[in-house]
Write a protein that binds this ligand. Structure first.
Ligand code: NAP
Length: 311
């Protein structure tokens, strides 16, 4: 277990990170941050590639977060990850953000370029890599139903679908007005008429059984970006009766056991996977941004799988 630092450490005594042995060069900012699985597999990646440095947890409250990350260069960091609830604030605080981050509305990876902070979002590209690895399909070739289009993870997934121009995207959300607003924003990416048939390429619907039933026959891949499934008592975001064997299901939620959605999908004969492959690939992409070299993916995967099941 790595140590936990705070945003105050960056503001009041940034030199402490250089004095650690090995020095802290990377970390994850969040609130809460103890649950993050990134320190384990990123540390394994540093060790496997012989890079001297450690990856630490940084507990940061909203008010201090923007000024804390501005001190990353002074603290000797190469970069950082950003998790709940700071991704949107990170986008506002960096000097420059790539397109994926701007479209996703958040930054989960920061690269320190001299005194400047560059912002990236590897959530969407990590999701795309996980889907390719697990289901042997590219987003551009599938029709996607996205559950939970109103949150940060949902937005990152929708942005990736747009950038890859997936065949069809159905945005479903409990608060339907957020799905409608996101659809309006992404509409320019879906102008061309790739799809054969009468269905619209980009649709916003409420997360209701009736609306989902109307759409399910016209999608291939279901992505859950709601937090439903994080607790054992959570209901599934999709009624089990709508699941069929031809579907692929990617649940972004991960935990010790299988979520209700993954269990229901498997019972229906569908291929289903939890959020660990996405977590792995978003982390591997961050490593590639920081070090401009391939990430030791199998080492990272082994460590993540071990940490995910440890009590
Ligand atoms: P978030 O911002 O809190 O997500 C909120 C979204 O979920 C909104 O669309 C919200 O709908 C919907 N929602 C929340 N509670 C709901 C409920 N009870 N019923 C129906 N919809 C509900 O969280 P996030 O950061 O996007 O993360 C969402 C999930 O993805 C979390 O489980 C997180 O751990 C996971 N995640 C996984 C990875 C990975 O690498 N595997 C990466 C990022 C996130 P409204 O708009 O109506 O409120």
């Amino acid at each position: 277990m790595t140590d936990v630092f705070s945003s105050a450490d960056f503001l009041e005594r940034p030199s402490i990170f250089r004095d650690l042995d090995p020095p802290a060069i990377l970390g994850v900012f969040g609130d809460p941050v103890m649950h993050s699985l990134s320190p384990g597999f990123q540390t394994a990646a540093l060790e496997a590639t012989g890079i001297r440095g450690q990856y630490v947890r940084i507990h940061a409250q909203a008010a201090e977060f923007p000024s804390a990350i501005r001190r990353l260069p002074e603290a000797g960091f190469i970069g950082a990850n950003v998790t709940i609830p700071h991704k949107a604030a990170a986008l506002a605080a960096v000097d420059e953000a790539e397109e994926a981050a701007r479209l996703a509305g958040g930054v989960n990876t920061i690269f320190v370029d001299g005194g400047r902070l560059l912002g990236f979002s590897t959530d969407g590209p990590g999701l795309a890599r996980a889907i390719r690895e697990e289901f042997l399909v590219d987003l551009r070739d599938v029709r996607v139903l996205l559950l939970g289009a109103g949150g940060g993870a949902g937005r990152a997934a929708a942005a990736q679908c747009a950038r890859e121009s997936c065949e069809r995207l159905v945005l479903a959300n409990r608060s339907p007005e957020k799905a409608t607003a996101l659809a309006a924003e992404l509409a320019p990416w879906f102008r061309s008429d790739r799809l054969q048939g009468p269905a619209d390429r980009l649709v916003a619907i409420p997360l209701s059984p009736e609306a989902l039933r109307e759409q399910i026959a016209q999608v291939d891949l279901v992505i859950n970006a709601t937090p439903l499934g994080m607790r054992r008592t959570d209901p599934s975001p999709l009624p089990p009766s709508l699941l069929t064997a031809n579907l692929m299901v990617m649940d972004m939620v991960y935990g010790r056991g299988k979520s209700r959605l993954v269990l229901d999908a498997e019972n229906a004969g569908a291929r289903a996977v939890d959020g660990l492959p996405m977590l792995l690939h978003q982390g591997a992409l961050a490593f590639e941004i920081w070090f401009n070299r391939p990430a030791p993916i199998e080492v990272m995967r082994a460590r993540l799988q071990a940490d995910a099941i440890s009590p």
